[in-house]
Design a binder for this molecule. Structure first.
Ligand SMILES: [Zn+2]
Length: 775
């Protein structure tokens, strides 16, 4: 009976589609989501091996786009379509033209009827994006099948004109083939800018014919530090560069896909590659060596040496020959001034230019502005414009520069208020070298941080501080892939995908249309394509996530478990590994005592998706807590409750929301234990990462009160401080004679000043805190 039903169903299906070939159905719910999609009634357009792609006679751009579409269809269905000039038979055809009238040149209109698909762009670029939409609407698993395109009218255009991605090839470089794959990924995601970070302290990677030692010496480092500046090295020389011919090939490949390549030569800091080759360009004269560690280095180019300006002009002359980009990136970030403060040439230049320190800027910061403006004047004289990182705001900004705001949102807002064009790239949302999961034991080693895909998706680059007029200066958004720890194409793919999908909806789609849950569903379709391309993408969207709601009234934690789709989550509360026989999660789990929650979804495929958390309960867990002062803005996350939520901070990552951070201040936490309670110990979790200026507790003082008004000191204790660089999570403890009180106040004293051995000696330290345990 069952098989008869199936047979009838298939028969009807075959009759309905009127052909003998299997079909898949195109779905216009793609990434980025088009601005307007109106499905129409009626029979679909069926794309088969006989479908033709028609472009206007003599239009080379559209001819090229037509052939891209031929390739995309070939990849998807195996059918080899033909691309023909208009004037020929246009039945069963996809017809391309660039005659759409629209103020946005990237706009396109796509109309599907049962007879044909008509794609009109406001320019060739618009047609290209329309073709990307057609390509992404096809089911990636359509080999040897026809594709039915439901009738539709799509009107689409991007929200922002600048849609970029940066790739760093100085720390680790990638073969030309991968650079092209990277460009393909940009095209797939409707992006139009490839920002290429091509020189840095760890290597100069672009051939400059007039300065051959830049690549002979400046591209080679003796060895590379293992992991995060551990002091241990791999002992392997590392080097390489792109010839001008290769760079031009990459530029042409990008141009064919309507992508502009912005080269970045980072100056006046991050120049050890160049200084190693030409030590006379530095303040001390060297010798210098291409760096094998990561970070910011004191040796920068000498801003008082006129030969440096000549050198930079020569370099940019060749750079502008290779890269036709209107924008040229000059870096400008992370330039320490310690050499300039001592250098006679730099100080003489400061005198000559009559630069003065004031409240806002030191004279050395003004010297940096001088050197950037010299470069800017030169680049402007060739009809091009500069972009720089947001530090170029310091010391007075070069007048025509566009600012790339990375340190936060404030820099971008300030620049827009000063009527400078801005590209938003804040670390908090768009640093794709940061982890995308908290389960970092199962992720490739990385720089730290936590930028999950939801966070990327949530960004809106238009801020309430800006007037409508100022908002127009926000040209767009970009994400950056720095490669200190990213050594292979596979690792790069993992960092990029699928976060690029979230990025493109920030760049392209009207925020009113954005919806994260629907985005995830659309992403599943994109992943089918990634599977077919064998890209190594991250599968974190399938992770089980726990939303933990502390309920201080009932002294418990309400835990919600979620995962993508309707996949069942099995869980245990006794620390045992869940099996398919374990209870299926269906409602919030209420936790009021110590236990270990483990959960797992048994999805098909090789990936396992697990969650586990050991909840600890002490006398302070889920009790009302107040902090003075509040944590710093960037490290507030869920605020004070984090310190009594029964969960320890991630021992490998202080930026993932499980710790809260303070800068340069003692912290006072007051906990209401609800009734008089006996206790004799207090434990406080801290995270120490001296390289990031994070030190632990200097001392701990405990006070108690019965009324919450008058506190008396119980005890105080000092702790040892690191004498060399370390990174670890630590728990400090103080024990005292048993107390009986309702209120306990814990004063956590921070290190007043970074120690002498530290590069930031004398400056304030960060303090990162987690679970406070009172027992
Ligand atoms: Zn100097």
């Amino acid at each position: 009976m069952k098989s008869l039903k199936l047979f009838l169903f298939l028969l009807i299906a075959m009759v309905m589609i009127g052909c003998d070939k299997e079909q898949t159905v195109a779905d216009y719910g793609i990434i980025p989501l088009p601005q307007e999609t109106q499905l129409q009634e009626g029979a679909p357009f069926v794309l088969s091996a006989n479908t033709k792609i028609v472009y206007p006679a003599g239009n080379e751009d559209l001819k090229r786009i037509a052939h891209f579409l031929v390739d995309y269809v070939k990849f998807t269905t195996n059918a080899q379509l033909s691309a023909i000039e208009s004037g020929n038979d246009a039945a069963n055809a996809i017809i391309l033209s660039a005659d759409l009238s629209h103020e946005n040149k990237d706009a396109y209109n796509l109309t599907v009827t049962d007879k044909q698909i008509v794609l009109k762009g406001a320019s060739a670029t618009g047609v290209f994006y329309g073709v990307q939409t057609l390509r992404k609407s096809m089911d990636a698993n359509s080999l040897d099948k026809d594709i039915a395109f439901p009738q539709v009218v799509i009107n689409d255009y991007p929200r922002f004109q600048y849609r970029g991605m940066m790739l760093d090839v100085a720390r680790h470089m990638f073969p030309v083939e991968f650079i092209k794959e990277f460009i393909d990924l940009l095209a797939l995601h409707n992006m139009n800018t490839f920002h290429w970070h091509i020189t840095d302290d760890q290597g100069w990677r672009i051939e400059i014919k007039n300065y051959s030692e830049l690549t002979e010496k400046g591209s080679q480092r003796a060895e590379t530090v293992i992991k995060k500046n551990t002091g241990k090295f791999d002992g392997k020389p590392y080097g390489g560069f792109y010839t001008q011919a290769e760079a031009k090939e990459i530029v042409a490949y990008a141009q064919e896909r309507f992508i502009n390549v912005i080269p970045e030569v980072d100056l006046p800091g991050h120049m050890l590659g160049a200084l190693t080759a030409y030590p006379h360009l530095g303040c001390t004269g060297g010798p210098y060596a291409v760096e094998g560690t990561w970070g910011v280095f004191d040796d920068v180019v000498c801003a008082g040496n006129d030969e440096v300006v000549v050198f930079l002009k020569d370099v940019f002359t060749e750079i502008m020959e290779i890269f036709p980009s209107q924008y040229i990136h000059v870096g400008g970030d992370e330039c320490p001034k310690v050499r300039w403060e001592k250098c006679p040439k730099c100080q003489a230049k400061i005198k000559e230019l009559d630069l003065k320190s004031d409240k806002e800027h030191s004279k050395e910061e003004r010297l940096q502005s001088y050197i950037i403006s010299e470069v800017e004047k030169f680049i402007n004289s060739k009809g091009r414009s500069i972009i720089g990182w947001d530090e170029i705001l310091e010391g007075g900004l070069a007048p025509n520069a566009t600012v790339m705001s990375w340190r936060g949102i404030e820099g971008g807002v300030a620049a827009a208020q000063q009527n400078h064009d801005v590209i938003m790239v804040p670390t908090s949302h768009f640093y794709f070298d940061y982890y995308q999961t908290t389960d970092i034991d199962n992720a490739p080693f990385g720089i730290g941080g936590y930028v999950p895909i939801e966070k990327v998706y949530s960004f809106d680059p238009v801020f309430s501080e800006l007037t409508t007029e100022q908002s127009k200066h926000i040209l767009g958004v970009q994400a950056n892939l720095w490669t200190e720890y990213v050594k292979s194409p596979e690792h790069a793919e993992y960092m990029l995908l699928p976060r690029m999908d979230a990025l493109t909806e920030v760049q392209w789609t009207d925020p009113k249309l954005k919806n994260y849950d629907q985005f995830e569903q659309r992403l599943l379709k994109m992943m089918k394509y990634y599977d077919r391309k064998k890209y190594n993408y991250a599968t974190t969207i399938f992770d089980i996530k726990a939303n933990i709601e502390p309920d201080t009234k009932n002294n418990r934690l309400n835990v919600e478990l979620v995962t993508l789709g309707d996949e069942a989550i099995h869980y245990t509360l006794d620390g045992s590994e869940p099996t398919k026989g374990s209870p299926i999660y269906s409602e919030i789990v209420k936790i009021g005592k110590p236990l270990e929650l483990k959960a797992e979804s048994f999805r098909e495929g090789e990936h396992k998706f697990k969650y586990s958390n050991k909840f600890e309960f002490s006398k302070s867990t889920v009790r009302a807590i107040t902090l003075n002062p509040e944590p710093t803005k960037s490290y507030t996350f869920n605020g004070a409750i984090t310190l009594v939520d029964g969960s320890r901070g991630n021992p490998n990552n202080y930026k993932d929301g499980s710790w809260i951070g303070f800068y340069g201040q003692d912290v006072e936490a007051t906990i209401d234990l609800k009734e008089d309670t006996e206790f004799s110990t207090v434990k406080v979790g801290t995270y120490i990462c001296t390289g990031d200026w994070i030190f632990g507790l200097k001392s701990l003082t405990v006070l108690t009160s019965t009324d919450g008004e008058i506190f008396k000191q119980v005890d105080s204790q000092l702790f040892e401080q690191p004498t060399e660089h370390v990174e670890l999570a630590k728990q400090e403890e103080i024990t005292f004679a048993s107390q009986n009180a309702r209120y306990v106040r814990i004063v956590m004293h921070t290190v007043n000043a970074l120690p002498k051995w530290h590069s930031g000696a004398g400056k304030k330290a960060y303090l990162f805190l987690d679970e406070i345990i009172v027992d």
